[in-house]
Ligand binder design. Structure first.
Ligand SMILES: [Zn+2]
Length: 390
């Protein structure tokens, strides 16, 4: 029996909150106190946290009505700022302007069944769910008059699974992603809502751009933000769906195309399609979100060269641009036909598997190794000794 070990990983989640008067006041007081102490440290050149604490703790508590834990955090923050200057040999007066409050778990904030999420014992209204993981010291931020907690938490990442299926994923536009494995039903995530929203925003933008006034510039910025936030939300849901799918087909590895290089070089036709319609950040953001969620389930993520993955025939290996026509794939050599994005995901998956085998036996042609690979994967899936259920 294999012993399962877990690796800890720290993550953060930004959650919008309804601030209490106490929070708003604390932010003001904290910054004022930082700047007050900053002047003293600048003059005295005393940067030891303990010393500063001893000298000024009660003064600051009285003068700025600051919570005790915040006062402790303040000494750490100010002294580390000046210690940094000392090492860089650039001594100047530090001014604290960024509205960020450090908050300590269990001292400044807490979570309980009875009161929910509390900061300084006051219940806080939150606009999304708390992660149900082990919380750690976090922050409150004010960004453009909106308030957030930036929650830090710890998750346990299981060892990557050694047995299971391989899932291939094709990222696209009409379909944000298509995922497939050898035997189970594929997964299609459509991009309809995102696409139409983008189109709307783009139309509005081009009309607004023509105006060129100050208010139209503001509107443009707002539209940018809107596009980004809707995209983020859609990508979040998409990655969640993929993680669930991967778990349901007992995946050990999920394979994506490596588009960081591919967009520019090896896959010209695909690159063109992508560049035209989609920001590449959306693609990397999707990959990042998927990786995040998959690895938390012990499923590893692999990247393969995207070259020809949309043009090659998964049945006979024939490569031609003519094989693909929009949403349809039709092999000009053997007549194999299927959904074009699905074919993409199959090719991505096959490339990964043949890559594994080529490492074992470099003499086999990739086509041969593909066939062997599938039987290998099957045996691992059906006779695997430690395939885990969900
Ligand atoms: Zn073919």
């Amino acid at each position: 029996m294999r012993i399962k070990t877990y690796m800890k990983q720290v993550r953060t989640k930004k959650i919008k909150i309804q601030p209490t008067q106490t929070i708003i006041q604390a932010m003001d007081n904290y910054l004022s106190a930082c700047n007050w102490l900053s002047e003293i440290v600048f003059k005295t050149r005393e940067t030891k946290t303990n010393k500063l604490h001893k000298l000024y703790y009660s003064t600051i508590r009285d003068k700025f009505q600051l919570q005790s834990q915040l006062t402790c955090s303040l000494f750490r923050q100010v002294s580390s700022t000046y210690r940094g200057m000392r090492t860089r040999k650039k001594w100047k007066l530090a001014v604290f302007k960024r509205p960020v409050l450090p908050i300590c778990f269990r001292r400044d904030f807490n979570v309980s069944k009875r009161n929910g999420f509390t900061i300084w014992n006051q219940p806080i209204q939150m606009f999304s769910d708390l992660p149900d993981n082990h919380l750690k010291d976090s922050k409150i931020k004010n960004i453009k008059n909106k308030w957030y907690v930036i929650l830090t938490y710890e998750i346990e990442i299981p060892d990557p699974k050694t047995n299971g299926t391989v899932v291939g994923v094709d990222r696209g536009i009409k379909r944000i992603l298509v995922a497939s494995t050898k035997s189970k039903n594929p997964l299609f995530v459509k991009g309809g809502r995102l696409e139409s929203l983008r189109k709307n925003i783009r139309n509005t933008k081009s009309r607004v751009q023509a105006v060129g006034t100050r208010s139209s510039k503001r509107l443009l910025q707002r539209l940018d933000r809107k596009e980004k936030s809707v995209t983020e939300e859609v990508l979040h849901i998409t990655s969640k769906t993929l993680a669930q799918y991967s778990e349901s087909v007992s995946a050990k590895t999920v394979v994506f195309e490596d588009l960081s290089e591919g967009i520019r070089e090896s896959s010209k036709s695909k690159g063109k399609r992508f560049r035209k319609q989609v920001h590449s950040w959306a693609y990397s953001s999707l990959l990042f979100k998927c990786k995040y969620k998959l690895e938390a389930k012990g499923i590893s993520v692999a990247l393969v060269d995207p070259k020809n993955t949309s043009r090659g025939c998964p049945s006979c290996g024939f490569i031609s641009e003519k094989n693909r026509k929009g949403i349809k794939f039709n092999c000009k050599s053997c007549g194999y036909s299927n959904d074009a994005d699905l074919v993409g995901s199959m090719n991505i998956r096959n490339r990964f598997i043949s890559g594994l085998l080529e490492r074992d036996d470099s003499e086999k042609s990739s086509r041969q190794s593909l066939i062997v690979a599938d039987s290998l994967e099957d045996s691992a899936t059906s006779h695997g000794s430690c395939t885990r259920g969900s």
